[in-house]
Ligand binder design. Structure first.
Ligand code: T46
Length: 136
């Protein structure tokens, strides 16, 4: 299982840093939605789901957090996000859990689709069935 982490270009000068993201240039899909989470309570684990179609890029624009990715085929990887110029690509059919949020963490997500609860697989056994049946 390959982890795809983007290193975005930083436009830095004596005033500070700036990162600009354009769909199809920096982000490999049309960005249909942006959302972000912050003030995450200590010890909280978010996610616990996969998406049937949605692709995303996760950017921890402030603070840090960890992401567990699980492809449902026996491979799991943990990724530490702490740089505002790094983006983790999360494909469809990938179970994700986000945890160890620092108190100041702001996790931003660029998504390829608008919000659609039908696209979520929120039960782990259903996820295993879905990904393993799909590849048969
Ligand atoms: C994902 C991970 C990384 C909306 O109304 N619109 C939205 O666009 C989103 C993302 C959420 N919501 C509502 C639905 C729930 O009542 O906000 C509430 C929290 O959503 P959820 O429990 O799905 O949050 P997470 O942190 O578990 O998951 C989110 C995304 O939903 C998901 O697509 O991949 O972040």
């Amino acid at each position: 299982m390959q982890i795809v982490k983007y290193q975005f270009q930083q436009h830095g000068d004596e005033r500070g840093q700036l990162v600009a993201l354009e769909e199809f240039n920096d982000i490999p899909f049309e960005i249909k939605r942006v959302y972000y989470m912050y003030d995450t309570a200590e010890g909280v684990i978010r996610g616990y789901h996969a998406h049937k179609s949605l692709k995303q890029i996760l950017i921890c624009i402030h603070g840090s957090c960890k992401i567990l990715l699980d492809n449902g085929k026996g491979e799991k990887k943990k990724v530490f996000l702490e740089k505002p110029y790094e983006g983790l690509f999360v494909d469809n059919n990938m179970w994700r859990e986000m945890y160890d949020f620092s108190p100041d963490a702001v996790l931003m997500c660029l998504a390829s689709e608008v919000y659609n609860e039908e696209d979520y697989i929120r039960n782990y056994d259903d996820f295993l069935k879905f990904v393993n049946e799909e590849s048969e």
